[in-house]
Write a protein of this length. Structure first.
Length: 402
């Protein structure tokens, strides 16, 4: 496949805002988990989440009378990405500047406010203004208006792989000449509704027992901890980046997508293996040419074991490469997790360090997990980035150094 350049990064997480702050916090082993103060968590076993402390009004390019938190995170990350890329959106640039955005839950707080008003007072008192802020595609629409994005648009909602689907979709759009450049990524805001849905579904740590903590790949893992965040990447064709003499953070050189037949460990492992193999084939490289794997592992009993099995299979008969998951640092940011993982790969190029997997002291399998502290490397090889949904979809992307 033809490479696509990443020329701008806009990231907002619980450990840092902007690519430089995020990179520094990641390599400093910072953890963004905080104890929740909301009343609804008091009777629950799960009481922590990864929250962004920076006030949204400090991150938005212009002040808004009302905006849902998911939309605010999207606008903030788009703004950061455009600034990082030093791209001024003129009337000449706008028609060929699009956006691909993914979110699993979208504007849940706005939807809750909208329906609470109806349930209390009846349909006559439904707020039309609030309703327009409650769609899944509200963030992408507001971003298009705010930043004058007149090119290719697409909204994705596919659980934990939503943002990564947006990146892959954006990459394909550029390769098919549907646009010269576009913003691609995902955002997810903390909200009581998805928190309770995942808690009731038995996804969140500590599940039935043990301490509440995200421990990717660890034998004692007992679920994941919800996070919020956003990451938008400015993607450009190599020709468009060269045309404006843009600085390139990295290149997308291969993608792979696969779907599991079921959600059991073996079938999930097959899908993850297939997505990784497809991405390597698209990039025309062998597993031995990968520098490290940025894993999707989040403390899930199934996903972590399946991903470990897939990696062992990929490197059967070969020397294992370093593997790390950043989820214990930033939380499970669901629809934003894939793009944030890509940003971790970019951070590893900048710092020549592989971030460690926090809180993993007893790896569940014989995978070469980076733990304890960052691991030095020469940043000369591509990074294989995984993103896996609990319902079975796996996406792998090869991120090559500039």
């Amino acid at each position: 496949m033809h490479r696509v350049a990443i020329t701008g990064v806009g990231i907002v997480t619980a450990i840092g805002v902007g690519v430089e702050e995020f990179s520094h916090a990641l390599m400093a082993c910072k953890c963004g988990a905080v104890e929740l103060q909301e009343e609804f968590v008091k009777p629950l076993r799960s009481k922590t989440a990864y929250r962004i402390a920076t006030p949204m009004e400090q991150l938005l390019p212009t002040q808004k009378a009302y905006i849902d938190r998911c939309s605010a995170l999207t606008l903030a990350s788009c703004w950061l990405a455009l600034n990082d890329a030093r791209l001024v959106v003129t009337d000449e640039v706008a028609p060929n500047l699009g956006i691909c955005h993914g979110t699993a839950y979208g504007c849940q707080d706005s939807m809750l406010i909208f329906w609470e008003r109806i349930m209390k007072r009846g349909f006559r008192y439904a707020s039309s203004i609030m309703f327009t802020h409650a769609y899944m595609n509200t963030p992408i629409s507001l971003a298009a208006i705010e930043f004058n994005l007149k090119g290719y648009h697409c909204c994705y909602s596919a659980g934990m792989v939503s943002g990564m689907q947006a990146v892959v979709g954006g990459t394909m759009a550029l390769q098919r000449s549907l646009s010269k450049r576009l913003l691609a990524g995902g955002s997810e805001a903390f909200s009581a509704l998805p928190f309770m849905a995942n808690y009731d579904g038995g996804e969140l740590s500590p599940r039935d027992e043990g301490i509440e903590q995200m421990r990717p790949f660890d034998n004692s893992r007992n679920g994941w901890v919800m996070g919020e965040g956003a990451c938008m990447l400015l993607l450009e064709t190599e020709e468009a980046a060269l045309e404006r003499d843009a600085d390139v953070h990295a290149y997308i050189s291969g993608v792979g997508i696969a779907m599991s037949r079921s959600v059991n460990v073996d079938d999930m492992a097959d899908a993850i293996y297939e997505s990784m193999a497809k991405s390597l084939s698209a990039a025309h490289i062998e597993p031995s040419e990968i520098g490290w794997i940025c894993a999707s592992a989040n403390g899930s009993p199934v996903i972590d074991e399946a991903e470990a099995l897939a990696i062992l299979r990929l490197y059967e008969g070969r020397e294992n490469v370093p593997v790390s998951s950043i989820k214990a640092a930033v939380g499970e940011t669901i629809g934003a997790s894939g793009p944030i993982n890509i940003c971790a790969a970019i951070a590893s190029f900048k710092t020549k360090s592989i971030p460690p997997t926090l809180f993993s002291s007893e790896p569940c399998m014989d995978v070469r997990i980076v733990t304890g502290k960052p691991m030095s490397w020469d940043a000369a090889k591509p990074v294989l980035v995984n993103c896996v949904d609990k319902d079975g979809m796996a996406i792998s992307v090869i991120i090559a150094p500039p």
